[in-house]
Write a protein that binds this ligand. Sequence first.
Ligand SMILES: Nc1ncnc2c1ncn2[C@@H]1O[C@H](COP(=O)(O)OP(=O)(O)OP(=O)(O)O)[C@@H](O)[C@H]1O
Ligand SMILES: [Mg+2]
Length: 355
Amino acid sequence: MAETILMNDNDVLLSIRDLSVTFHTDEGLVRAVNGVSYDVCAGKTLAVVGESGCGKSVTALSVLRLIPDPPGKIAGGEILFRGTDLVTADEKYMQSIRGNEIAMIFQEPMTSLNPVYTVGDQIVEAIEQHQDKKGPAAWSHAVEMLKQVGIADPEQRVMEYPHQMSGGMRQRVIIAMSLSCDPSLIIADEPTTALDVTIQAQILELLRDLQKKNNMSVVLITHDLGVVAENADDVVVMYASRIVETGDVAGIFDDPLHPYTQGLLRSLPRVGSVQERLEVIGGTVPDPLAFPDGCKFHPRCPIGSDEPRCMTVEPELREVKPGRCSACWYTPGYETKEEFELYETKYGKHKEISG
Ligand SMILES: Nc1ncnc2c1ncn2[C@@H]1O[C@H](COP(=O)(O)OP(=O)(O)OP(=O)(O)O)[C@@H](O)[C@H]1O
Ligand SMILES: [Mg+2]
């Protein structure tokens, strides 16, 4: 089976191996995540990108075992955190991991904060739950955390309610809460999507600074490639429940291998270039209840849409050069010699691809 190799094994903090997650719905079985593997290295940021519904959040929620069951179920695979499998760990162990070792930041700050308590109460609750500090010690730690995330006048602010704060401020509070227990891994699921661009940049910069200071690892889930370029070390590209490409950030941007990644990058506005209009990938994301046969991207793919093999045989993720994986028959270096020959016997000459 193909492995996603991003770094030395001994640097790996979290290793998701062949994860599959399903939802039993009235309409049928949704395969939300299908054989996903990725590694998160100590002190690094791994970005997970892909269009809506491709399985980014479900993968992340699985790490903390927060998938609603039923209808959801981890159907297979392993999630190794410091070598312990979180899929099979008991609930008591998971509680010691959640918020302590692994913290999660969600997109919408209002849903993560309780409107009837002050932000101080909520940070203190997180601190008391996970650390030895109680009462005044926990309170002054909360003030300290607000200061760390750049909130001016923290002694005053700590007594405010969430509705008294702006969206950017509330997201800082969430980050303060997440960091209050000194986690080794933060999973940030679209942490800035609801915020305006300036605040977004500030929050991401803050996360980067705190990450460096505390040597944390970050899983950054986003569909904004600009955010990826500025924040990630490594990148995982997902499409329709699977990983289609992985690599380091420079590799992904300078030399995208998979036609899906190439399409995503073409839809990114480039600084200094005047484009008439952005190219978006034609077609729509497939319905998870009726994924196409073969490569799930083939109906939208400039190469695969009329290619007999792409239409029938799904390519697995393979390492095609050091540190770079792709799941496309047409990525240079992907096919084995045997597969190449078998193809030409069966279908005739391979398609010529330009560029
Ligand atoms: N509770 C649920 N019941 C049924 N299906 C679900 C449930 N939660 C998620 N799914 C399905 O799982 C698939 C993956 O969803 P997920 O939320 O991981 O997408 P995503 O990549 O995070 O998308 P977005 O960018 O919109 O956040 C989708 O097809 C979604 O409809
Ligand atoms: Mg999501």
